[in-house]
Design a protein around this ligand. Sequence first.
Ligand code: BES
Ligand code: ZN
Length: 619
Amino acid sequence: MHLLPLLALGAAVLPTVASAGDPNSYAQPDQVVVTHLDLDLAINFPHRQLDGVATLKLDWKNPAAPALVLDTRDLTIAAVDAVAANGKTQALKYALAPVDKTLGAKLTIATPTHPASVRITYRTSPEASGLQWLPPEQTADKRAPFMFSQSESIHARSWVPLQDSPAIRFTYDAHVTAPKNLRVVMSAANAANHPLDGDFRFAQPHPIPSYLLAIAAGDLAVAETGPRSAVYAEPSMVAKAAHEFADTETIIKTAEKLYGPYPWGSYDILVLPPSFPYGGMENPNMTFATPTIIVGDKSLVSVISHELAHSWSGNLVTSASWRDIWLNEGFTTYVQGRITEAVYGKRQADEEALLSARALEKKIGTLTENQQKLAPDPKGLSGDDALSDVAYDKGSWFLRTLEAKFGRPAFDAYLKGYFQHFAWHSITTEQMLAYLKPNLIEKYPGKLSWAEVQDWVYGTGIPKDATLPDSPRFDAIDQERTAFLAGTLPAAKLDAKGWNTQEWMYFLDRLPDVPTLAQAQALDAAWHLTGTPNAEIGMRWYIHAIAAGDQAVWPAAAEHMTHIGRLYLTMPLYRTLVKTPDGFAYAESVYAKAKAGYHPLTQHAIEALFAKARAKAAK
Ligand code: BES
Ligand code: ZN
């Protein structure tokens, strides 16, 4: 559906050397694995830091292992102790290696006695890549400070020292202190009636990979949305959010009907400030969501269907490394479509599938061959390869094609069996394929050849057998757009009164990259797109109007960019502006004002873009 910088931020460059296991982690799971985390955190707003004690329970795999190797980034380590099974502690020698820009600093702890647990006392940096600290002015209600984490892909290591690889799963318990009257939530069961006494406890009894470790704290109110669901948001937002997400229980039930009981107990949604860098993040028990999906008409609730779907595809069955991320995101985008179809209708689901397929068709030819593969060759992986329209849109397109070839009943039974078979495990593409072959492809011969499957997974481009849904409404919009661009249909005569969000997105997506100024002005005069409260429509409108040279939209575009830190909605505006000298200067002035409110990830993405544009201008 769109570009997500998977390993964005300094982390943008994957090591080019393929190593055994996960190249994005220093962990050595063949030596020892963490099975449980006991976390004690004090949230320190004045210093923008977490004071932490992390106790890692260890399962030693190699009796001769000399050390426990952990991932860290910008952590200050105060002490490391062994904790024996009887509770006795003993200081351990440790060394923090020089910082690697991508991976952070490797922490090597000498462990001659193979203790049952190791305890690390540390604090985070105010610049921790996985945390954002907001002063009260940057929140909706402006009454209290706010902080939140975003650990995926490799940012958990910036707030907890651990084995930061999706191949390793652990349970956790946490004790968190915070200023009184604030609420702390985590990626674990949360109690709506918890007293706001500054002292919180959490338990995640299911083994999770480190990228699903999450925390947030702020002035949070709670509204129930169902028997096992609630929405958490700032007080002024909570009623609107509860209205937008009123279908949460229906969404959960729909997924359960397809893939079996929801395995995590409760399912809550946390609405973050608009600086949240993603649309949604599937933290277990508590999806973190951008407020940009709260538009009043439920038209962007697919993000919630998507994050809930990760409860099976991703959180229950996890990709073992970031190279296999399509197992998380492609499968989830497919399940998202199934939920959308059942809850919001086939027209909505087909439109969303078509939007993503058409966007991929446009994009895929601009990618390197390795980037075009669902399962890229890890040897040739470089930073930019980690961009993942392919994981989402080609991945889900592959599964929709499987569904079309094998029929819904057979494919539904297959996928349910797949989730059951690999439940609570982290797997590679090759493990997925080894299960697919006997359980679907060979079970129903003659539907799809193994060579075709291999082409989908390891081939470039979009295979010819890819199936697409019909959308008469999109076809009609194509005709209107063509007539408008040809000058035979004036903007005001477009039949757009009844267009829903996705139909506007489709119309705008398929305008020429650089419309004429007259076309842009006519569209805006007729449909008042500038200033739209719907940021999906706004993003698409502003990039076209800016490219057309319509400087009248700049102030509204600046407002959008300043207010919204979600990468996918804001980066395209910066990217369009930097293409001209005047636009670049304007983008720099917008950024200067907006920067303090942006998440570290967004700051890094924009600064990298500016550096690239400057280098290009200097050539
Ligand atoms: N897990 C992703 C978000 C993510 C991916 C964060 C990679 C960091 C690295 C989440 O489930 C997601 O896909 N979010 C999308 C939602 C959309 C596709 C419906 C988003 O944020 O836009
Ligand atoms: Zn996702």
